[in-house]
Design a protein around this ligand. Structure first.
Ligand code: ACO
Length: 326
């Protein structure tokens, strides 16, 4: 009884949206540039008073309801985020809000790969027989960390949260996975600590807590994604003993429509099998996969028994693929 099944999904986004036309009031850009280069038409943005915890909790409540369990059944809560409300972690706050009294909770950081890394992490706890009911949340508010003067990055990101419930199951619905990291390319995409010395005594100086806004080498990240994502999906397919035509849905991290198209083309996956919602949300980082998954499930696109290939990729650099059956 050491298989796993995803038994529920949920999602939540801030009410405020900013379309490409409105963005032209912020930076010198155009709807035409953003749409043709990225496929993004609008993004949701969290107000200063909104928190990752409240959005993640709303998404989690939906996933828990769909799974037909109660928060007290949860053994583990994993929050994938790079933008927690609290640098000490936000998973425990979500646990408290849900009233998931039995669950141990912690954050993991793997940027836009966070959901896939979290899925594999959750699966290990279940497969070793330690835990039965796991809540995995992907949530990010990157709008707080972009430089709103930098048109090369600020047009790309949006805020959101998505969640899934993963449960121990007789049949194993996680069919294969592969995770990768390459720290030698770390400087392609960063949300880095900004060293600002504070002289404590004549001998001792320490850094002041501060971060630089997101910096990105867009061309390098694009090249990396288009090359590495098909590779890692091929590897996961091999581990799952599946061929590419057995796949019902390609559900990639929603970074850029051109990346989605190029990966699908390299893998020979037809357009109608590619799930895309980035026109409405932009790149929501760790939230993008569970957000798109939940939408497709609730729209009735993804049906029981469908085989889904998912892949996250981003800062680290990190990337990975997981294949599961719904
Ligand atoms: N509006 C108008 N013009 C712009 C904008 C904008 N928003 N941004 C850049 N430009 C201009 C540039 O200044 C440049 O002008 P120049 O030729 O006069 O110098 C021109 O457009 C081309 O800029 P490039 O950066 O070369 O554009 P490119 O074709 O590479 O597209 C993009 C940029 C869309 C960012 C692309 O590189 C990309 O999608 N990269 C992947 C990024 C990504 O997905 N990152 C997230 C990864 S996931 C994570 O972990 C966060």
């Amino acid at each position: 009884n050491l298989g796993i099944a995803i038994t529920g999904s949920g999602s939540a986004v801030p009410a405020t949206f900013l379309d490409n036309h409105a963005l032209t009031e912020v930076v010198e850009t155009s709807d035409e540039w953003i749409t043709t280069r990225t496929g993004i038409r609008q993004r949701r943005l969290a107000k200063a008073s909104e928190t990752i915890t409240e959005l993640a909790t709303a998404a989690s409540e939906q996933a828990i309801a769909m799974a037909g369990i109660s928060p007290q059944d949860l053994d583990l809560i994993v929050l994938a985020t790079s933008s927690p409300d609290d640098l000490f972690g936000s998973a425990c706050h979500i646990q408290g809000q849900l009233g998931a009294t039995k669950a141990v909770a912690f954050d993991i950081t793997a940027a836009c790969s966070g959901f896939v890394f979290g899925l594999v992490t959750a699966a290990q706890y279940i497969r070793t027989g330690v835990y039965q009911n796991v809540l995995l949340v992907g949530a990010d508010f990157l709008s707080r960390w972009v430089d709103w003067q930098d048109r090369g990055t600020c047009v790309l990101f949006g805020d959101g949260a998505g969640a899934v419930v993963i449960q121990a199951n007789q049949k194993d619905y996680l069919l294969g996975f592969e995770l990768r990291s390459d720290g030698t390319q770390n400087n392609c995409l960063n949300l880095a600590y900004a060293a600002e010395p504070t002289q404590l005594t004549q001998q001792v100086n320490v850094g002041k807590g501060n971060f630089q806004p997101i910096t990105m080498n867009g061309k390098e990240v694009y090249r990396f994604a288009v090359q590495k994502v098909p590779e890692v999906i091929d590897k996961a397919l091999f581990r799952a003993n599946l061929s590419v035509d057995q796949i019902d849905w390609l559900l990639l991290h929603q970074a850029n429509q051109r990346i989605l198209d190029a990966v699908a083309q390299r893998l020979n996956i037809p357009e109608h099998k590619v799930i895309s919602n980035l026109a409405n949300y932009g790149n929501t980082s760790a939230a993008s996969i569970p957000l798109a998954l939940d939408e497709a499930v609730r729209q009735g696109k993804i049906k029981t028994g469908d085989i889904i290939v998912t892949s996250g990729f981003g800062a680290g650099l990190t990337w990975g693929a997981a294949i599961f059956q719904w």
